[in-house]
Design a protein around this ligand. Sequence first.
Ligand code: HEM
Length: 123
Amino acid sequence: MAKLLSYKEIAEHNSQDDLWMIIDGKVYDCTKFMDEHPGGEEVLLDLGGQDATGPFADIGHSDDAVKMLADLYVGDLDKESEPVHKKEVEPASATTGGEGSGVFVIAILAVLAAVLFYFMNQA
Ligand code: HEM
């Protein structure tokens, strides 16, 4: 039976000397292949330890490229395992907004309304 690998375990193999990636639920060791990749090693490094199914398909890789995967196969992704979030810092636009800032806007409006109410009562 194929070896089941968790997202966490796969994510640890994300360096130049040790690079795995997921394509269509299968895990491939691309470490040795990096030098030979016609698309360059940079794109593979960027996706190290992650699910590269989308990017791999988007390029429209040839049947030969798909066949090469067989030699790199190390096991199957354990789809039940907990996904790992990318280490990269999210862009500022992604961290602002959302529920938190909605509450903040309401709080400011409430203060403004209170001030307005106060001055109207003074007159
Ligand atoms: C282990 C997985 C991969 C294998 C075995 C592989 C193999 C290949 C092969 C054989 C080619 C030559 C063209 C072809 O036959 O389709 C190629 C081209 C290319 N690959 Fe990959 N590839 C892999 C993963 C990726 C990933 C994850 C990306 C990410 C975007 C990528 C990006 C590219 C690009 C941009 C080219 C085009 C290079 C050019 O023609 O200028 N590849 N790949």
